[in-house]
Design a protein around this ligand. Structure first.
Ligand code: NAP
Ligand code: MG
Length: 488
């Protein structure tokens, strides 16, 4: 039965194969053997290329555009199957490679230059501090975006909604990053108001967000002065206000949001004590004092603007401070050798002058760098005031300029009392060779951040914020996520 069926199938197949074989092109006997060895040959089936338009010449693709090579050279691209020349391709020379590499770095460089042009800070600070910190903040908070359940285990974190954010002019782009990054990581949308005198880098950041295809409406930037800020604070659709600026405006915002459902965080002013003990490594401490007050022209909320020196080393410290002051280079913010740039605005310059004048009137002695100041622009020489007492305005109020108020103390307890004798509580510095003294001081200083044997050190993983009139809420680190999430 089985054999019968096999033979009848064979009867049908055999003539069919014969016919198919006859239809094959005549091939040499050798090849034909191959065909009958179980493989089929194919009819030619070339893909059509008639609709592929190849330009006769291709340029370099740099910074989002096709550009002719500076080398002026092109080479042929050939179809290896036919040796036919398809097109000419640009040959990038060293200058073209350089242009392309620069285009990649350009954003950071461009933002740093713009920041120095708009705000007056030295390029070495905007390039080496502000911009790397901006990137680090976005990078750090981007990391939390899909891990909020691990950041706050068992608390089912939910976003708040619309965050209204108001920032000052001293670290324009960095403050924008401090505000925008955690808000977005927690799933909120943002309406940001930069300071009137420094809006440019925030607006440039908006262009970058556009290029990155952030969905429309997620980040909004409204420019203007205090009135614009107030309109944002009072808008009923805003779920949270994050403010960095003066204590005076902070108080107004606290009053405006009181009794509403709006959440609020305030990062306000400071009048930090930088405390130098007699056992401190003096030269290192002097560098810390210089950095603490003259960084960013002293336009720093956590600036070490009150120097507390132990009485026994007062003479040495003042002599070294005076010498070091003369080496600071004041001038063009875009010059890479500049240590101290321009004062941010005429208003701020007037405020510095007024407070220093008041300090001298009240009995303090003013020492200033003998540097020559540029004829045009807003400038103030690095300065310090000695003979300052706790009741002087320059010991209590923020000068927010390159002016240090120097006072003395005898014992650690007196240092603590003097350091805490301020309505502010943002930061402090302690310089001593003794670890135990550091712990003793840190526990008694009422300040959000205390640096020991260093100053002005920042990291996106580390929370920052104040006590008392320096505000409430923290930015940075895990703590910086909480103000942008619903309470459980
Ligand atoms: P500011 O006058 O308080 O201004 C801060 C921001 O608030 C600016 O964008 C400002 O707009 C806006 N603003 C002004 N009046 C407002 C109002 N009634 N309602 C809502 N927004 C309003 O402070 P600043 O003079 O720019 O900055 C210097 C102060 O900020 C210093 O006291 C400093 O200590 C503090 N600061 C604190 C921190 C911190 O982290 N704690 C950081 C940086 C600075 P316009 O500038 O356009 O008028
Ligand atoms: Mg202002």
């Amino acid at each position: 039965m089985k054999n019968n069926r096999k033979s009848s199938v064979a009867k049908v197949i055999r003539p069919a194969v014969r016919q198919a074989t006859a239809a094959l092109p005549v091939v040499p006997a050798k090849s034909r053997r191959l065909v009958f060895g179980g493989k089929w040959d194919y009819a030619p089936a070339p893909e059509s290329s008639s609709h592929i338009a190849i330009l006769p010449r291709h340029d370099l693709f740099i910074d989002g555009r096709f550009v002719a090579p500076r080398s002026g050279k092109y080479f042929a691209s050939v179809n290896p199957a036919t040796e036919q020349k398809l097109t000419e391709i640009a040959q990038a020379g060293a200058a073209d490679v350089d242009r392309a590499v620069r285009a990649v770095q350009e954003k950071s460089r461009e933002l740093a230059i713009l920041e120095s042009m708009d705000g007056g800070k030295p390029i070495k600070e905007s390039r080496d501090f502000d911009l790397p910190m901006v990137a680090a903040h976005f990078f750090y908070y981007a990391g939390w975006a899909d891990k909020l359940n691990y950041a706050l285990p068992n608390r089912r974190p939910q976003s708040l909604g619309v965050a209204g954010q108001i920032i000052p002019w001293n670290f324009p782009l960095l403050m924008a990053a401090w505000k925008i990054a955690p808000a977005l990581a927690c799933g909120n949308t943002v309406v940001l108001k930069p300071a009137e005198t420094t809006s440019l880098t925030a607006l440039r950041l908006a262009q970058i967000l556009q290029e990155a295809e952030l969905p429309p409406g997620v980040v909004n930037i409204v420019t203007g002065a205090g009135e614009t800020g107030a309109a944002l604070v009072n808008h009923p659709g805003v779920d949270k206000i994050a403010f960095t600026g003066s204590t005076e405006v902070g108080k107004q915002i606290a009053a405006a949001t009181a009794g509403t459902r709006k959440r609020l965080t305030l990062e306000l002013g400071g009048k930090a004590a930088n405390i130098v003990f007699e056992d401190a490594p003096i030269d290192q401490a002097i560098e810390g004092v210089i950095n603490g007050i003259y960084f960013n022209q002293g336009h720093v909320c956590c600036a070490g603007s009150r120097l507390l020196v132990q009485e026994s080393i007062y003479g040495t410290v003042i002599r070294k401070l005076r010498d070091r002051l003369q080496t600071l280079r004041v001038g063009d913010p875009l010059d890479k050798n500049t240590d101290i740039g321009a004062i941010n605005s005429r208003n701020q310059l007037d405020k510095i002058r007024e407070l220093v004048h008041c300090g001298v009137e009240e009995g303090a002695t003013l020492e200033q760098s003998a540097c020559r100041l540029p004829a045009k622009g807003y400038w103030y020489p690095p300065s310090f005031l000695t003979g300052v007492t706790l009741s002087h305005r320059v010991a209590q109020e923020e000068i927010f300029g390159p002016v240090l108020s120097v006072m003395t103390f005898r014992t650690p307890q007196e240092a603590v009392e003097r350091a805490n004798n301020t309505p502010y509580g943002l930061s402090a510095g302690v310089w001593t060779d003794k670890g135990s003294k550091i712990f003793h001081m840190v526990n008694q200083l009422k300040a959000g951040v205390v640096w020991a044997n260093t100053y002005n050190k920042f990291d996106p993983t580390s929370p920052f914020g104040g006590y008392k009139e320096s505000g409430f809420g923290r930015e940075g680190g895990l703590h910086g996520l909480l103000p942008y999430l619903q309470p459980d």
